[in-house]
Design a protein around this ligand. Structure first.
Ligand SMILES: *[C@@H]1O[C@H](CO)[C@@H](O)[C@H](O)[C@H]1NC(C)=O
Ligand SMILES: *[C@@H]1O[C@H](CO)[C@@H](O)[C@H](O)[C@H]1NC(C)=O
Ligand SMILES: *[C@@H]1O[C@H](CO)[C@@H](O)[C@H](O)[C@H]1NC(C)=O
Ligand SMILES: *[C@@H]1O[C@H](CO)[C@@H](O)[C@H](O)[C@H]1NC(C)=O
Ligand SMILES: *[C@@H]1O[C@H](CO)[C@@H](O)[C@H](O)[C@H]1NC(C)=O
Ligand SMILES: *[C@@H]1O[C@H](CO)[C@@H](O)[C@H](O)[C@H]1NC(C)=O
Ligand SMILES: *[C@@H]1O[C@H](CO)[C@@H](O)[C@H](O)[C@H]1NC(C)=O
Length: 229
C-alpha cells in the first residue's frame, strides 16, 4: 500500500515536472514578439521612422515590415532590414527567434560584438550583416549554425582570427569577410567545406598562406584574397 501510494506520488510529481518543463521551454509567436520588441528597444536611431511607426503591438508581428512568418509553425522565419540607416546594438533576445532562417541587416549602422546568441538560431541558412559597424571576434560557437549556407560579414570591423570550427559548416556556399581587420592564418578547415562556391577574404590582415587543400573544393567558382598582409 505504502509502495503504491509512493508510486502514485512519484508519478504525479514527475507529471507536474513534465508540464512545468513544457511551459518553460515552449516558445510561441509571443516569444518572437518579445524578442523583436527587445531588438527594437536597442535601436537608437531610425531616421525614416520605419520600425518606430510600423512595429506596433496593435498588429501581429507577421505584418511588421521586414518580418515574414512561417506558415506551418506561425513563427518568425525571416528578418530583413536592409538600407534603413538603423543604428544601435542587436538584442541578445534575437537568439529566441528559434524558427529564423534568414537574418539580413545589410547596410545599417549596427555595432557591438558579434552575438553569440545568434549561434542559437539552429535553423539559420542566411546571415547577412555586411556594411555595418560590428566589431570584436568571430565566435567559435558559429559552428552551431549547422544549416548555414550564406555568411556575409563584409565591411565591418571584425578582428582576431577566423575560428577553425568554421570547417564544421558543411552547408556553407558563401563566405565573405571582405574589408574587416581579421588576421592570422586562413583556417585549414575551410578545405573541408565542400559546398563552398564563393570565398572573399580580401582586404583583411590574413597572413598570405593559402591552405593547399583549398584546391580540392570542386564547387568553388571564385576565391578572392587580394589586399592582405
Ligand atoms: C505563448 O505562450 C505563453 C506561455 O508560455 C502564453 O501565455 C501565451 O498566451 C502564448 N501565446 C500564444 C499566441 O499562443
Ligand atoms: C507595416 O508595414 C506593412 C508592410 O509595408 C504593412 O502591410 C502594415 O500595414 C504596416 N503596419 C502598420 C501598423 O503601419
Ligand atoms: C540597398 O541599396 C543599394 C544601393 O543603393 C541598392 O542597390 C539595393 O537595391 C538596396 N536594397 C534594398 C533592399 O533596398
Ligand atoms: C546603403 O544604403 C544607403 C541608403 O540608406 C544607400 O545610399 C547606399 O548606397 C547603400 N550602400 C550599400 C553598400 O548598399
Ligand atoms: C530570450 O532571450 C533572453 C536573452 O538571451 C532571455 O533573457 C530570455 O529569458 C529569453 N526567453 C524568452 C521567452 O523571452
Ligand atoms: C575598429 O575597432 C578599433 C578597435 O578595435 C577602433 O580603434 C577603430 O576605430 C574601429 N574602426 C571603425 C571604422 O569603427
Ligand atoms: C576535416 O574533416 C575531417 C572529418 O570530419 C576531420 O577529421 C579533419 O580534421 C578536418 N580537417 C580540418 C583541417 O579541419
Amino acid at each position: 500500500m505504502v509502495n503504491l501510494l509512493s508510486c502514485i506520488l512519484l508519478f504525479l510529481l514527475s507529471l507536474h515536472c513534465f508540464v512545468a518543463c513544457l511551459a518553460v521551454n515552449t516558445k510561441n509567436i509571443t516569444t518572437d514578439q518579445y524578442a523583436l520588441l527587445a531588438f527594437k528597444s536597442l535601436i537608437t536611431s531610425d531616421p525614416y521612422d520605419i520600425l518606430s511607426k510600423n512595429w506596433s503591438t496593435s498588429s501581429s508581428v507577421c505584418n511588421w515590415v521586414g518580418v515574414t512568418c512561417d506558415e506551418r509553425h506561425g513563427r518568425v522565419r525571416s528578418l530583413i532590414l536592409r538600407n534603413m540607416s538603423l543604428k544601435g546594438t542587436v538584442s541578445p533576445n534575437l537568439g529566441n527567434l528559434s524558427f529564423l532562417v534568414m537574418l539580413d541587416l545589410k547596410n545599417n549602422s549596427f555595432g557591438g560584438q558579434f552575438l553569440t546568441e545568434v549561434c542559437r538560431l539552429r535553423r539559420l541558412k542566411v546571415l547577412h550583416i555586411s556594411y555595418n559597424k560590428f566589431e570584436g571576434g568571430i565566435p567559435a560557437a558559429l559552428e552551431d549554425l549547422s544549416q548555414l549556407q550564406y555568411l556575409y560579414l563584409a565591411a565591418n570591423n571584425f578582428s582576431g582570427s577566423v575560428p577553425q570550427s568554421i570547417g564544421k559548416l558543411r552547408q556553407l556556399k558563401v563566405l565573405d569577410t571582405f574589408q574587416n581587420r581579421l588576421s592570422g592564418p586562413i583556417p585549414q578547415s575551410i578545405s573541408n567545406l565542400s559546398s563552398l562556391e564563393y570565398i572573399d577574404l580580401s582586404s583583411n590582415y590574413f597572413s598570405c598562406t593559402i591552405p593547399e587543400e583549398i584546391g580540392y573544393l570542386d564547387k568553388l567558382e571564385l576565391l578572392v584574397l587580394g589586399d592582405n598582409s
